[in-house]
Design a protein around this ligand. Structure first.
Ligand code: NDP
Length: 335
């Protein structure tokens, strides 16, 4: 049944993330629920309607999607499509008067991020990016330890966000027109975020290198990228993101100790430890549930938006600077 206090979410694009993480996360959410779906695959309509008790009136395809404007049961549109489709559907959602969650990476260029932000401002709707880590208690514990200088000042941070891709060579993640890029746009944005919350500040410059060892498989998208950053507080950072490595870690070196999360970027349960011998641990909860509940509360009460559009744009500015550095032979790019 529908709880009036819960905001209705419509998922756009019923692929593996919607099916495996977002819809299950919504089952136990407190402030929102799965109210509708937008899919280009007719066979999924009936299956999802039955599984999640979704009325036919809340089912859309990519052509009739704009008529969602007339549907009061939908408060939030969550765009979970291939990266190059994010901007179009976020802008259409905003024009329909719906609050927007845009999956990461926010878009495939800074210009597209600007267009999404502007459309949401113009329509007076709220916008957030699907950065589930920003609602995760482990991430927030690192932020707290850094902010309170529990182990002194941060001098160095290192993060890895990688997995080995061996699947179908025709998948959209390997197709530049749909993905906008490879490892950097996929897991790389998480490594960028970890460097930033690991130091508690945005970088002031970046340099980067790209490595390719399986060019027959990674024909048009980056396989492995390493990048180095400088931060205004004197800290330095590095990251590795790859579709040909295993990496899921954050290490923060401070003047009097260190903080580590490993695993760091996966769906949890995560694990962490600090140089004083303590473990970082929290009861496991769905990150996606926490993320969507945080955004629903932001809409309802004006509480903090932990992953606003500006954050997605900031990360895309860094992504573009990393690609620029690679094109220019590893040159340091000021941010
Ligand atoms: P999938 O390939 O599993 O699903 C994408 C879905 O998009 C498809 O099932 C399809 O849904 C729809 N779609 C519409 N047009 C196309 C097209 N031309 N090619 C392929 N699919 C199309 O991708 P994911 O679910 O893994 O990823 C979707 C988005 O979510 C990406 O932006 C990704 O970066 C992000 N993501 C974020 C994660 C996170 O940790 N925050 C984790 C995983 C993904 P339909 O059949 O309903 O039309």
């Amino acid at each position: 049944g529908q709880d009036n206090k819960k905001l209705g979410i419509a998922l756009v694009g019923l692929g593996s993330y919607s099916e495996g993480q977002l819809a299950p996360g919504l089952v136990n959410a407190e402030h929102c629920y799965l109210a509708g779906i937008v899919t280009g695959t007719p066979a999924k309509e009936k299956e999802w309607m039955e599984r999640y008790d979704i009325p036919k009136a809340n089912v859309y395809n990519y052509e009739n999607f704009d008529s969602i404007a007339e549907n009061d049961a939908i408060d939030i549109v969550y765009v979970v499509l291939p990266n190059s489709m994010h901007a179009e559907f976020c802008i259409r959602a905003a024009k329909a008067g719906k609050h927007v969650i845009c999956e990461k990476p926010m878009a495939v260029s800074v210009a597209e991020c600007d267009a999404i932000i502007e459309a949401c401002e113009h329509a007076n709707v709220k916008l957030s990016v699907g950065y589930r880590m920003q609602s995760d208690p482990f991430t927030n514990e690192v932020k707290r330890l850094v902010k309170e200088k529990t182990f002194g000042d941060v001098t160095y941070v290192s993060s890895d966000a990688s997995y080995i891709s061996r699947g179908n060579p025709d998948q959209w993640r390997l197709n530049r027109a749909l993905s906008g890029g490879g490892a950097l746009l996929n897991m790389g944005v998480y490594a960028i975020q970890s460097n930033i919350y690991g130091t508690g500040t945005n970088p002031i410059s970046v340099s980067a290198q790209e490595f390719s060892t399986r060019p027959d498989y990674f024909k048009e998208t980056d396989e492995t990228i390493m990048a180095q950053m400088k931060f205004p507080n004197g800290a330095v950072g590095q990251l590795c993101t790859s579709h040909n490595a295993r990496g899921n870690r954050l290490y923060v070196s401070c003047t009097d100790g260190w903080i580590e999360l490993n695993p760091c970027h996966s769906y949890g349960p995560l694990a962490g430890r600090t140089s004083d011998g303590n473990k970082i641990s929290f009861p496991h909860k769905s990150q996606q549930m926490l993320q969507m509940d945080d955004f629903a509360q932001h809409i309802k009460t004006g509480s903090t938006n932990f992953a606003p559009g500006e954050m997605g744009k900031r990360d895309m500015i860094i992504v573009e600077a990393i690609y620029q550095s690679i094109r220019e032979g590893g040159k340091t790019i000021p941010l």
